[in-house]
Design a protein around this ligand. Structure first.
Ligand code: SAH
Length: 347
């Protein structure tokens, strides 16, 4: 159970089955749970008083037993170039997280955070610098989408778990979030429209594979050999490239979903033709896609890259027969890459 400081249950984190069990305990009929679930996940009210087909007495009781966690928009930055919107939200305990709403030809996608901060310590990543505070509850991941949808008035058709935090380090809450997101009585999103990005927590990749959820797995690879990967990603000392790719093969075997490999290009570190050749050797027999991302500058580090070197590296990979694209840069004028905004507010 997810409780707030007053011992009330975080109702948005409950599945319909769990909510039904709670409502039955209150001597109410099961259909009430369905009504309430719909108020929360379809009409998206933020207060029990708005549930107009529920009696005032039951609404009072609900308010004593449950809380509806909501997010407060502290800052909203909208890109003038491509309609990307970046939100800085405050959570009920005063912590901050970031969410980005992106517009693609095929629809709107939201990039959500899964933790307040991150423990993984990737050297180029702003999210890790301000340190790890806590995991997000399922409701807090879901509310990022509901709040962005309500605020922007844009329908959201896809979700990427690529914001602040390592989703597989908050595994149970993320799985429950996916269950709520895809619930027929709720947002009803197909999990084929969801991508989960991980730095490579191998045992959790195997667990996720077994669930066969249809989620696209996105692997933050960023290097073609263990030495250079360990230099920028400490997680590589726990699970090296070989173990990671073995887990990815199993994920593909179990789910049939093509894997996406992220490769943040850093000038002078991982951008040579030799790197491309090693990458081709590693990934040559994979059903996969490689996404090259010119590394985003963060204030605290002097890693650099640009679209030109990313295009050159893509050319190398193509020559070697690999399927790669350079990721479109969205929201460049509002610093839409994650982690920066939260830092300013946490210190
Ligand atoms: N923890 C997860 C998801 C969050 S990060 C993961 O590691 O995959 C989302 C993506 O942004 C990851 O691929 C991450 O490596 C990348 N990233 C982080 N900082 C970056 C930066 N400064 N430039 C480019 N990509 C970055």
């Amino acid at each position: 159970m997810y409780l707030d400081d007053d011992g009330r249950i975080d109702i948005l984190s409950l599945t319909l089955e769990e909510l039904t069990a709670e409502i039955l305990k209150m001597n109410e009929k099961a259909f009430r749970a369905k009504q309430i679930y719909s108020w929360l996940h379809v009409k998206r009210v933020t207060d029990f008083s708005q549930m107009s087909d529920i009696s005032a007495q039951l609404r009072d009781e609900l308010g004593r037993k449950f809380c509806i966690k909501s997010l407060f928009i502290v800052k909203r930055l909208e890109s003038k170039r491509d309609n990307t919107v970046k939100y800085l939200y405050r959570l009920s305990d005063g912590n901050h997280i970031e969410t980005v709403l992106m517009e693609y030809e095929h629809g709107n996608t939201v990039c959500v955070s899964t933790q307040v901060g991150c423990k993984m310590g990737c050297r180029f990543c702003a999210s890790t610098i301000a340190g790890y505070k806590r995991d997000l509850a399922p409701s807090e991941i879901l509310s990022q989408i509901y709040t962005a949808e309500r605020d922007s008035g844009r329908a959201i058709g896809g979700v990427v778990l690529m914001g602040i935090g390592e989703p597989l380090d908050n595994y149970d809450n993320v799985i429950r979030f996916l269950e709520l997101l895809s619930s027929k009585e709720g947002m009803n999103m197909s999990l084929r429209h969801v991508s989960l990005s991980t730095c490579g927590l191998v045992p959790k990749i195997y667990e996720l594979a077994k669930l066969k959820l249809g989620v696209t797995l996105s692997i933050s690879l960023h290097a073609s050999d263990n030495k250079s990967r360990s230099e920028i990603m400490p997680v590589n000392d726990r699970y090296d490239i070989n173990e990671l790719l073995t887990a990815c093969r199993e994920y593909f075997k179990q789910t049939g979903r093509r894997i996406s490999f992220e490769y943040a290009l850093i000038n002078g570190h991982n951008d040579s033709y030799e790197d491309a050749k090693r990458l081709a050797k590693l990934l040559g027999d994979f059903v996969c896609h490689i996404n090259i991302i010119p590394v985003n500058k963060i204030k605290e580090r002097n890693f650099t890259s640009d679209r030109k070197s990313a295009q050159r590296f893509r050319g190398y990979l193509e020559q070697l027969g690999l399927n790669a694209t350079v990721r479109r840069t969205l929201g460049a004028d509002i610093d839409a890459a994650c982690g920066q905004l939260r830092r300013e507010y946490e210190i």
